[in-house]
Design a binder for this molecule. Structure first.
Ligand SMILES: [Zn+2]
Length: 142
């Protein structure tokens, strides 16, 4: 005869951390420099082992290693602002140096400047987003 258990079995872990573990994790000290450093490498600011981004700029819902939730942190306009600031300060001096050198015409100077700006934007933007996510998380500024 087949017996069916009417009560759920005990000691089976539920999905997600216990409320006590989640509260302890929220109260744990967070290093700003350490979390930013991990995020600049595209890693989870909390543990440094899981990935922070599911794609180029889309952050993961939560870390696959430590389960820290990342989807609720919104960096908004901070990463584009920082990217423009950094890339502008790198590209403009290079463009001015090329122009003052006088060996390249306006067309090649423009091509080099725009190409360099696009490449730097693609490199800086995800790191800037990671920086803002890590800073918001470490400073508990949500
Ligand atoms: Zn993690």
């Amino acid at each position: 005869m087949n017996t069916i258990r009417k009560t759920p079995p005990q000691n089976i872990p539920t999905a997600g951390p216990s409320p006590e573990a989640a509260a302890a994790r929220r109260e744990a000290p967070r290093s700003l420099a350490g979390s930013v450093g991990r995020a600049l490498r595209g890693r989870c600011p909390n543990c440094g082992r899981g990935r922070l981004f599911a794609s180029y700029l889309k952050q993961v819902e939560s870390c696959a290693v430590c389960s820290e939730p990342w989807a609720e942190i919104r960096a908004d306009d901070g990463p584009p602002w920082l990217t423009i600031l950094v890339v502008g300060h790198l590209v403009v001096p290079v463009a001015l140096a090329i122009v003052s050198d006088g060996r390249l015409g306006a067309g090649p100077t423009l091509a080099v400047s725009v190409g360099l700006a696009l490449l730097l934007c693609l490199l800086v933007l995800p790191r800037a987003k990671g920086l803002f996510i890590a800073a918001i998380w470490a400073l508990r500024a949500r």
